[in-house]
Ligand binder design. Structure first.
Ligand SMILES: *Cc1c(COP(=O)(O)O)cnc(C)c1O
Length: 417
């Protein structure tokens, strides 16, 4: 690959998604923001969408606005289903956090497989996923099987297969690994889990808006994901959950709130869950947050997940090529799958002083993030990142290492990495 800046500029000139950058607030054009996989940028339309909800719907409409707010969690869910997740209408609901949605679906799934006493998760998965599996297992007297995964290459299907048998109720897995970006064959994993008679619960937090998802086509049972990463819903934006249509009637979630109730305003005596996806709701939904999610979801849908994924592969291929060419001589190693088809839109680079390198990059206008044990994670979100941004960031990365600039930073980690 041509490693010149001119070659990167050529890629930008040929980029069919280039115009989408203008749809985002770029407060500082010189800042090289490569952390869109942690917190996506602010879409230009979001402040006005929030202002409309706050000033008009709340300020003017007051309680009467509930007639339109009441259906919004499913309406925005349908936008995500069609434009991002490859799911059908009525299969996706917005609300709560990813962690809480995981809890709800994990318990619902375990209840749907009575007699099975094992939950499976990946030993290298994002912490909240592992903690929730451990907590639900402890509360129910189930046991946990943690499947080992290579922290750079991700899950091996043979290793997963060896952990599956007739005792397994639910398997929780991330579609894109948070650290390495590794992307397993989602359809093949789903088939394996189904062959064992278990349900699969996908965490799509690092996948939604970054890789093509075909939840209906692959027969996915359950899924959750956050909306503030590649979906650009903003900090603390409500998460989404997906339940395959054919399973909805069989499943009951554990938090019996009135928003999950059939004919909610009848204020009936006993909990009787709503017939469709709304049975997975709990309480009053975060209306302003959903407005921001809708803007982000529509942007991703408009750009098209296939085109976003193709650009994500090209951006991360450039990171890999520059890391090989410039950083490897300074002791940096690729810590993600080398084959772009096997990863999402972020890559990690290993360096023994990754934390200090991250601090040095931040001081030079590059925003990556640090991930344990010794990774600099780079997430050039395809909706608004340019190839020249990647080139500039890697050029500064090379300077930091060549000058030893990172040596001047303390090795002790901050509270937020
Ligand atoms: C970001 C992320 C989460 C976030 O969970 P919250 O409840 O929104 O804090 C969960 N799981 C994975 C895999 C993630 O990447």
């Amino acid at each position: 690959m041509d490693l010149t800046r001119a070659a990167a500029a050529d890629l930008d000139a040929a980029d069919p998604l280039a115009a989408f950058r203008d749809r985002f607030v770029i407060a500082d054009d010189a800042l090289l923001y490569l952390d869109g996989n942690s917190l996506g940028r602010l879409p230009r339309d979001t402040p006005a969408a929030l202002a409309r909800v706050v000033e008009e719907e709340w300020g003017r409409g007051l309680v009467g606005s509930w007639s339109s707010w009441i259906g919004r969690a499913t309406e925005v869910g349908d936008v995500l289903a069609a434009g991002v997740l490859g799911a059908r209408p009525g299969e996706v609901l917005i609300g709560d956090s990813t962690s809480v949605d995981l809890y709800k679906l994990l318990v619902a799934g375990a209840d749907a497989r009575p007699g099975r006493d094992v939950l499976v998760c990946c030993a290298d998965d994002f912490p909240t996923d592992r903690y929730l599996v451990a907590g639900v297992a402890a509360a129910r007297g189930m046991s946990v099987r943690q499947v080992a995964a290579d922290i750079d290459e991700g899950l091996d299907l043979d290793v997963l297969a060896a952990a599956l048998d007739e005792r397994v109720a639910v398997v929780v897995l991330s579609a894109v690994a948070y650290r390495s970006g590794a992307l397993p064959d989602l359809a093949a994993v789903t088939r394996l889990v189904h062959d064992a008679g278990a349900l699969v619960l996908w965490d799509l937090s690092h996948a939604a808006g970054a890789v093509p998802l075909e939840l209906t086509a692959i027969g996915a049972d359950l899924a959750v994901g956050c909306t503030y990463k590649y979906l650009n819903g903003g900090p603390g934006a409500p998460a989404f959950l997906y339940v395959r249509r054919e399973l909805q009637e069989q499943l009951r979630q554990p938090i019996w709130g009135w928003f999950g109730q059939r004919d909610q305003f009848a204020m009936g005596q006993a909990y009787d869950p709503a017939p469709g996806i709304e049975r997975f709701a709990v309480g009053t939904p975060p209306v302003p947050g959903m407005a921001a999610v809708e803007v982000g979801a529509r942007l991703v849908a408009e750009a098209g997940v296939d085109r976003l994924a193709a650009k994500g592969r090209a951006l991360t291929d450039l990171v890999v090529a520059l890391a090989d060419g410039w950083l490897a001589p300074h002791g940096v190693a690729l810590a993600s799958p080398r084959d772009a088809a096997r990863r999402g839109s972020h890559v990690s680079l290993a360096h023994p002083q990754a934390w200090q390198v991250t601090q040095a990059l931040l001081d030079r206008g590059v925003v990556p993030d640090f991930r344990t044990p010794d990774r600099v994670r780079l997430g050039p979100a395809p909706l608004y990142s340019r190839f020249v941004d990647v080139w500039e960031a890697m050029d500064r990365f090379r300077d930091v290492l060549a000058e030893g600039a990172h040596e001047r930073y303390p090795a002790e980690r901050a509270r937020v990495t």
